[in-house]
Design a protein around this ligand. Structure first.
Ligand SMILES: *Cc1c(COP(=O)(O)O)cnc(C)c1O
Length: 399
């Protein structure tokens, strides 16, 4: 079966992803080396402890950490890292989780970092049996509040690096780490969607967590990097709550291949191709009334730009969300990045495109904008109706 027809045979729509690396769309395009490695290992036996050892050394090489571990997802990695902070290498305590009696079980986290990535960060902490202790307010947090939240029951601190978090008046990572370390509390950094494989450890993080299936282009996986002792304690959770979050041989081998490929990746060539896509869309949008587009950098400094597309419904005769929905319903479906669309804009993300797809996106934008301009009324679904319809649809699955 070829890549071209698998979606067809399963009755799935051939979506074009200009949304970003989204779990809901199948994450990312897995790099060829990882595809090959996954397929090569599937029929073979391996000694999993040795495969995990191999993974550890490759993660160590890329991150500058002492050791590394591959798990099912970054979300799993948050739960397992928190579990490890509570149990250490006590195998009996590992088997007792999520019962945390006699263990320190409080995890401090800034309120502005208590976000969701499809599920709540805070729930990933609770899944281990721990409690999240919020620090500061969503709109600001200070080092004194962090210090004040740490008690004799504090087992770890979680710090989230993401476009999801409140992006002002939060405690900088270095200050956060210094404050936690002054109180003997280790810092777990959720850097699921970040390119920087070294900076967070350099800023003082004790464990850094990544997704293998985001920018790295691996199969679904999570990566943990840190000191040998701490990473070992995370690995040992596979004998406890980690069992339900296990990754198979194919996931580990694929992630390793993606990490190796990352070292050799032509990052500037990729940036140049992404830039061509952005320019193509800028051109396509230029002469459309009520549409303003602007290239903007990634909010967490990943080396990635997106096109921010503002839609003035009075001029364009369609709201930004109706345009997004029509693109998603079209042929082929084009899924834009629309999580702030109530403000009248969406983004086009060029980092998950197959060759030539940028032209299809440009054509579809033009078609829908032309159609809207000819409309006698402004196409404007009340935003609240759209929101509630989406929630209602989830509850009807699998219908
Ligand atoms: C995507 C994401 C996660 C979850 O990662 P998975 O590997 O998909 O479980 C966690 N935290 C942040 C900030 C994310 O962006």
């Amino acid at each position: 079966m070829t890549q071209q027809n698998i979606r067809n045979r399963l009755g799935l729509r051939p979506v074009i992803n200009v949304s970003g690396t989204m779990t809901a769309l199948g994450a990312s395009i897995v790099v060829p080396d990882a595809v090959e490695a996954v397929s090569a290992i599937l029929t073979e036996f391996v000694e999993m402890g040795d495969l995990h050892r191999r993974a550890s050394s490759i993660i160590a090489e890329l991150t500058g950490a002492e050791a590394g571990f591959v798990t099912a997802s970054c979300s799993a990695a948050i739960s397992l890292a928190v579990a490890a902070s509570m149990t250490g290498s006590d195998l009996a305590a590992i088997e007792r989780l999520p019962d945390t009696s006699r263990l320190k079980d409080e995890v401090v986290i800034q309120s502005g970092h208590m976000v969701g990535y499809g599920a709540p960060v805070e729930q990933a902490i609770r899944l281990a049996g721990a409690k999240a202790v919020p620090v500061g307010q969503a709109t600001s947090a200070h080092a004194y509040q962090l210090a004040g939240a740490i008690t004799e029951l504090t087992t770890a601190a979680v710090y989230v690096v993401s476009h999801h978090v409140v992006d002002y008046a939060q405690i900088p990572l270095k200050v956060f780490c210094d404050t936690c370390h002054a109180h003997g509390v280790p810092v777990i950094v959720d850097a699921a969607s970040e390119y920087d494989l070294r900076g967070f450890l350099a800023d003082g993080a004790d464990l850094v967590l990544y997704s293998g299936h985001k920018f790295l282009g691996g199969p679904t996986s999570g990566i943990v990097a840190g000191s040998k002792g701490r990473v070992r304690d995370v690995y040992l959770q596979n004998r406890g709550i980690g069992r339900g979050m296990k990754i198979g041989k194919e996931g580990i081998v694929g992630t390793l291949a993606a990490l190796q490929a990352w070292k050799a990746r032509d990052h500037s060539g990729i940036r140049a191709r992404e830039r061509q896509a952005l320019d193509c869309w800028l051109d396509a949008l230029e002469n459309h009334a009520g549409v303003m587009a602007q290239i903007v950098p990634d909010p967490t400094n990943n080396p990635l730009d997106r096109l921010k597309v503002f839609v003035d419904p009075n001029e364009a005769r369609i709201t930004a969300w109706d345009l997004a929905d029509r693109l998603a319903a079209g042929d082929p479906p084009v899924i834009v990045r629309d999580h702030e669309v109530e403000h009248g804009f969406f983004y086009l993300d060029p980092c998950n495109l197959h060759p030539e797809e940028e032209f299809v996106v440009a054509r579809r934008l033009g078609e829908e904008l032309d159609r809207a301009r000819k409309s006698n009324v402004v196409i404007a679904t009340p935003f609240n109706d759209r929101l509630l319809a989406r929630e209602a649809a989830i509850l009807k699955w699998p219908d």
